[in-house]
Design a protein around this ligand. Structure first.
Ligand SMILES: C[S@@+](CC[C@H](N)C(=O)[O-])C[C@H]1O[C@@H](n2cnc3c(N)ncnc32)[C@H](O)[C@@H]1O
Length: 236
């Protein structure tokens, strides 16, 4: 016994409350405290809207993360949240941190978990997988990400590098593009130089303004990708 509560990371999937695992729902129903990531204190969290129907008596705490790429700013916010979580765990609470999609795919949760374990090595933790936007894209469009001997890569557009992308194009059969920056026009123009047989595009999956296109022309891509919640599957 560590004399601490238990900490869970729970993936809440792409947005449809029916796409949570049974295990996630059980843990959500029994939690003392649920940390919900938001951009501001007042922000209506998308992640919260997914779980709200499953909450019983848990205390909901906003975990405020600014939309910033400044490492120091982000670290400060993470540090504060981890310190708050540690206080709750010391009070023997069951604490959950929820995350959209899967907790181990481009998620703030992975930093929170590492920081927590560094500060509190005895803490008991468990991470519950969620359906990622990548799986959702493939299933909604009924397009295999890969089959037989094919290879695929997930590429964050925020860190686009043309030479690197060329090498990936030469060696992989499918590329999933995620994390489009606000102004991705130049990047998308560079991506459009490569030939893909099939471009599948989804915006705001399971949110207001959901849009799915299975037959996008490369030249249409830029018009479509100006939203943060966009994901694209490129098949050669
Ligand atoms: C910080 S990552 C989080 C990924 C998440 N952990 C997952 O498993 O899908 C955010 C990126 O995921 C993709 N994404 C997540 N949810 C989405 C949704 N509902 N609709 C479209 N894209 C989504 C977008 O590419 C977005 O820029």
């Amino acid at each position: 016994m560590s004399g601490l509560g238990k900490f869970y990371g729970v993936g809440v999937g792409p947005g449809d409350p029916e796409l949570l695992t049974i295990k996630a729902v059980k843990i959500l129903k029994s939690a003392d405290i649920i940390y919900v990531p938001t951009k501001t204190e007042k922000d209506k969290s998308f992640a919260y809207s997914i779980i709200s129907e499953y909450i019983k008596n848990s205390i909901i705490k906003p975990a405020k993360f600014p939309m910033s790429y400044n490492g120091d700013v982000l670290k400060q916010h993470r540090e504060k949240i981890v310190n708050d979580i540690i206080e709750d765990l010391k009070n023997l609470k069951t604490v959950i941190f929820i995350t959209i999609g899967d907790p181990m795919l481009y998620s703030t949760y992975s930093y929170i978990l590492k920081m927590l374990k560094d500060k509190l090595p005895d803490v008991e933790t468990e991470t519950i997988p969620g359906i990622s936007s990548v799986s959702m894209l493939a299933c909604k469009s009924e397009t295999p990400l890969v089959s037989e001997n094919e290879k695929f890569v997930i590429y964050p557009v925020t860190h686009f590098d043309e030479n690197e992308f060329k090498k990936i194009y030469e060696t992989c059969d499918s590329i999933v593009l995620m994390k489009f920056p606000k102004n991705s026009k130049e990047i998308v123009e560079k991506i459009n130089k490569f030939q893909f047989k099939n471009i599948i595009y989804m915006k705001n999956i399971c949110k207001d303004g959901e849009e799915i296109r299975f037959d996008l022309e490369a030249k249409e891509l830029y018009e479509e990708v100006r939203k943060y919640f966009t994901i694209v599957l490129l098949k050669k």
